[in-house]
Design a protein around this ligand. Structure first.
Ligand SMILES: Nc1ncnc2c1ncn2[C@@H]1O[C@H](COP(=O)(O)OP(=O)(O)OP(=O)(O)O)[C@@H](O)[C@H]1O
Ligand SMILES: [Mg+2]
Length: 463
């Protein structure tokens, strides 16, 4: 409504201008044309009269008659003392009287005088010029005209402008109302959509019909709704996966403890075995919850604790921690670490990435197998390769390997105690630091994980 009112006010201002400016302009033009016409006419009369030495009534009348029809309301000729010698309106009666008009007085002083007055009924124009003989003023010619022609012209123009303005105003009013209605309609539709999304109906989409700013807004809102929908679906899946993962070990613990409680004469060895199993399940639970916490922390941690990280140092410490596991599994660890591989990151996060990848390479390896870690800088990137000679990942599982809770062989991994979260953490962490992680099958069996991070340059500072 406010826009419509603003629009109407602007239109009204334009129309007012359109109704006044041309009229004022036309009046000025008409005045100018009358002025030059009367100047010419009075000059012709004055020059015709200047052939007479003295202005005597009969001679003057003769000259004027010779000039023919003058198309003037009144013509007065005076001598140099302003006494009327000739008056077109009343030839005899006024003769000899003094024409004491200011125009005549001024003309007798040698000036051309013009006066124009516009009235709605008619215009009055007066002009006076001196009559000269050998450089001397011998009289004056005074012209007066009353005409309705100019008034009629101006009034016709006014009427025309008024009708055009009225039509334009009506059209723009209609347009303003129509536009306001359309805009209002679209706004309401958008607000309805937003409300529905805010109420949790993320599948709602706002209709997009064109390419103007409102459509652009609707498109962006739809993108936002889609994001919310995806996030919501992900959250749903995550919660159900997580509860399923937590349920399994809990059910195991319950089953084992129930058996212990119900079986009063359980042999001590069996009791110990069951208690050990309960301990293992509890450990798995705590590992899973620890990893889940880690994933949520990744989602919320900001840019604090970031700094230049020497990746070879991080690899060293992670490998040291994993050497016990490697010995236990009879897997050989090898490392070839290039120098100058510095990235801008959080050192704990990078440690986690290396640890998870090398841990997998050891866990899913075979007895007597080998794990090789390679680090080098190339093309502005720091590349980290982790190769193993293990059991490998089937082709069809590769696209899902980074999904949360995804395990290639549930039975196999349960035995090894995996939660299926390690690689999800790796992927989130690497991407958080602007890197990329990929996996491929090695030709002679085994798996290769490849991680790339942008190389840090000292000049860039915190870039
Ligand atoms: N180097 C590898 N060789 C063969 N299979 C692998 C390798 N790395 C991962 N996998 C497979 O990918 C699955 C997912 O690995 P991920 O590290 O995410 O989970 P996990 O090792 O089972 O559990 P954890 O959360 O304890 O790491 C594993 O269960 C395993 O089947
Ligand atoms: Mg793992």
């Amino acid at each position: 409504m406010r826009y419509a009112v603003g629009y109407i006010v602007i239109i009204l201002l334009c129309l007012t201008f359109m109704n006044t400016y041309p009229v004022v302009n036309m009046r000025t033009m008409l005045c100018e044309s009358k002025r030059s016409a009367m100047q010419n006419q009075s000059a012709i009369i004055a020059s015709s009269l200047s052939s007479l030495t003295v202005l005597n009534p009969d001679e003057v009348e003769k000259v004027i008659r010779l000039l023919g029809d003058l198309d003037m309301t009144r013509l007065i000729v005076t001598d140099q003392a302003a006494a009327i010698v000739y008056d077109s309106s009343d030839n005899e009666g006024n003769r000899g009287r003094y024409a004491l008009f200011s125009e005549v007085t001024s003309a007798l002083e040698g000036n051309f005088v013009f006066y124009y007055k516009f009235g709605d009924a008619g215009t009055r124009s007066r002009a006076a010029v001196p009559v000269m003989y050998r450089g001397k003023v011998i009289g004056a010619v005074y012209l007066y005209e009353y005409s309705t022609e100019h008034a009629q012209l101006v009034s016709a123009l006014r009427t025309n402008l008024r009708s055009i303005s009225l039509a334009a105003f009506a059209a723009s009013l209609l347009l303003a109302v129509l536009l306001a209605y359309l805009l209002n309609h679209r706004m309401r539709r958008m607000v309805r959509g937003i409300k529905s999304i805010a109420d949790g109906h993320y599948e709602t989409r706002i209709p997009v019909e064109g390419r103007d700013e409102l459509d652009e807004l609707a498109r962006e809102l739809n993108v936002l709704a889609l994001r919310l929908q995806q996030t919501e679906e992900l959250r749903h899946r995550f919660v159900s996966d997580a509860s399923h993962e937590l349920k399994t070990p809990l059910a195991g613990i319950r089953l084992l403890s129930d058996s212990i409680v119900q079986n009063e004469d359980m042999p001590p060895e069996l009791l110990r075995e069951f208690a050990t199993d309960i301990g293992q399940e509890a450990e798995r639970l705590s590992r899973t919850t620890e990893k889940l916490l880690q994933l949520t922390r990744l989602d919320v941690t900001g840019k604090d604790k970031l700094g230049p990280v020497e990746v070879d140092q991080v690899i060293h410490s992670a490998m040291k921690m994993l050497s016990v596991l490697a010995t236990e599994r009879k897997v050989t660890l090898e490392q070839k670490l290039g120098e100058g591989c510095v990235i801008y990151a959080n050192a704990d996060d990078i440690h986690q990435v290396v640890f998870n990848l090398v841990e997998n390479a050891i866990k899913y390896n075979v007895e007597g197998g080998r794990v090789t870690v390679l680090l080098y800088a190339r093309d502005g990137d720091v590349c980290l390769l982790i190769d193993d000679t293990g059991i490998g990942i089937p082709e069809e599982d590769i696209p899902h390997i980074f999904d949360r809770f995804y395990r290639v062989d549930k039975a196999r991994n349960s035995a090894r105690g995996g939660s299926g979260l390690g690689l999800a953490i790796v992927k989130d962490t690497v991407e958080k630091h602007g890197g990329r992680v990929t996996v491929s099958r090695r030709e002679n069996g085994g798996t290769r994980f490849s991680v790339r991070f942008p190389l840090w340059h000292e000049k860039e500072g915190e870039a």
